[in-house]
Design a protein around this ligand. Sequence first.
Ligand code: PAF
Length: 284
Amino acid sequence: MQILTTKQELLQQIEACKRQGKTIGLVPTMGALHQGHASLVRRAVSENDVCVVSVFVNPTQFNNKEDLIKYPRNIRRDAELLSEIGVHFVFAPTPEEMYTEEEMNTTFCFDFAGLDQVMEGKMRPGHFNGVVQVVSRLFYLVKPDRAYFGEKDYQQLAIIHHMVERSALKDTFGGLQIVNCPIVREASGLALSSRNERLSEAQKAIAVNISKTLFESVKWAKTMSVAAVQQQVIDTINAIDGLEVEYYEIVDQSTLLPVQDFNHAIGCVTVYCGEVRLIDNIQY
Ligand code: PAF
């Protein structure tokens, strides 16, 4: 496995792979890798001739400076895991390598068709501009045949599908296929996240109630209205000491607009466990 830190090195390797007619799978990450990432990477390794994993804590998608500073980083441990799985290239640039100063300081403009106006987009203004900025740049550099994303960040996944399949940028990405990968959970049900590293054992035990409530809500959905289920999820999680719901929205899986019934619906939640912001979702 080679670790590449410059765009030029990456472009050279990609050109060589393309010349040899090899297919390329890309897994974009911000590092602090866990078994959730590992499942995406294993899939990318098995479905492509070459697997590229980017490890880049993208500053332009953090609207909270403190969150960016505290984001866990451990490139040595990440590289060990990726090498064991059989990754060919890790792309780990610095922010200065990725962006010009102007790019770093101006908001990337993109037509989200409203997908950024709800949930994470509403709570974290500018977040998805940064995500689209970095992901489109990675697609441009790596020219992958397939790119792998986890369903835990469901809104991000919906926006990336929009970018590749329906937006004005779509022709730039040729036949790129976006591969959705299911949420990986601990045995307790807690969705794996790099942010879990910031939870104490006691907080982890409390955080389990997020997924537990979401699973329960599937039963509630059989007899209750969307509005009633939404409220019951919020009340149940808020009743637990140490958890505070930021939002729970039940929306259409493609448009992310509110729904009247559970057909093609997904419930997306963000909960503060102490200072740590956790997200999860459930498909009805
Ligand atoms: O999901 C993430 O880890 C990030 O948002 C991504 C897609 C790697 C872009 O920085």
